[in-house]
Design a protein around this ligand. Structure first.
Ligand code: UT7
Length: 315
């Protein structure tokens, strides 16, 4: 497939590190040095479906298409107020899509898993256009008295519209399943019979271990993907890395031996927006005219699961 349009949406409330240090034992200095984050957009009166709808409409507008042109819709979302119907059905209803809709929960690499799904459907003969929306509110997963998690995240939505083309050159997906490194639990409804564990816990992360996984998975997968495609690092125009921590991006850059100028970032004023991070970065770079036709973009993302993925596409 080929990307025909991009869109994104950020909630209006901006929370700076100084605002966090008013109620947490933290500082701008700690957060900036350890993560590269200065501020983040945090959901207030917006809903996830509002954000996903706006990002989708902007991507459709950028592609010059209508909702009726879309034949398949994948929504990446970790958690929302809606258990059912799926977030993809809710957004589809808002924008007037009438096509198959599915949700995936692949955490931060959700955009790359979604690309894999639409590309493989296309290769299997479903030649229509696809919409991907990644919409996330990790700030609603954290305990806001826990300084080790809540300072890291921001909310938002990113979307792409894809159509006919052979610009997705390759995707690599991976897992190292381990529910102890990055997780959150919520209780379900009680019944007269259920006697199991229904405990609740806000987002928990073993930061250092996830950091190591992220750097290892990303560098290994990017190198393997380029080798699968008989490409070299010299062919790569930009690395679009999941915006989890500037130090993770810097470490990946060092391991790959690549130049700063190939790594656009927006973590400074967005924080980590889970699967929305890559498509928001893509949209912002697209809208500021960073890419030229033919540029090779290599995406890499990693997160809960633990899951990771890399994708190479020609702009
Ligand atoms: O997108 C999903 C994937 N997630 C990631 O990729 C995140 C990966 N991990 C990370 O980015 C980093 O591990 C963190 C940013 C989460 C933490 O950085 P770190 O350098 O690994 O710090 P640490 O967890 O080892 O904590 C160092 C110290 C601790 O204090 P002591 O025990 O040394 O006294 C923490 O209690 O920093 C303390 N600390 C804080 N201090 C001020 C933790 N959070 C804060 C804070 N402000 N917000």
């Amino acid at each position: 497939m080929r990307i025909l349009g991009t869109g994104s949406f950020l909630p209006k409330k901006i929370v700076t590190n100084a605002m966090l240090s008013e109620f947490l034992d933290t500082s701008d200095e700690w957060i900036v040095t350890r993560t590269g984050i200065h501020s983040r957009h945090v959901i207030s009166d917006e809903s996830l479906e509002d954000m996903g709808t706006q990002a989708a409409l902007r991507a459709l507008q950028d592609a010059g298409l209508q909702a009726s042109d879309i034949d398949y819709f994948v929504c990446s979302n970790v958690v929302s107020n809606w258990v059912t119907p799926s977030m993809s059905c809710i957004i589809a209803g808002r924008i007037g899509l009438q096509c198959p809709c599915i949700d995936i929960n692949c955490a931060c690499p959700g955009f790359i898993f979604a690309l894999d799904i639409v590309e493989n459907r296309y290769k299997a003969g479903n030649r229509g256009k696809a919409l991907i929306v990644c919409v996330e509110s990790p700030t609603r997963m954290c305990d806001w008295t826990d300084r080790s998690t809540c300072v890291l995240f921001g909310d938002g939505a990113g979307a792409v519209v894809l159509g006919e083309g052979d610009n997705i050159l390759g995707v690599r997906l991976n897992s190292q399943p381990d529910p102890t490194k990055l997780w959150e639990r919520r209780p379900m409804e009680s019944t007269p019979y259920f006697t199991g564990d229904d405990s609740q816990k806000s987002l928990q992360m073993r930061g250092r271990e996830v950091f190591k996984f992220a750097v290892g998975a990303s560098t290994t997968e990017v190198e393997a993907l380029l080798s699968d495609l008989s490409l070299t690092k010299d062919d790569v125009s930009y690395y679009m890395i999941h915006q989890a921590n500037l130090r993770i991006i810097d470490a990946i850059k060092r391991f790959l031996g690549e130049d700063d100028s190939k790594f656009p970032t927006n973590i400074a004023d967005h924080g980590n927006s889970s699967s929305a991070s890559c498509p928001i970065l893509l949209d912002e770079c697209n809208k500021r005219g960073l890419f030229k036709e033919g540029d090779l973009l290599v995406f890499s993302a990693f997160g809960a699961g633990l899951l990771s993925g890399a994708a190479a596409l020609r702009w």
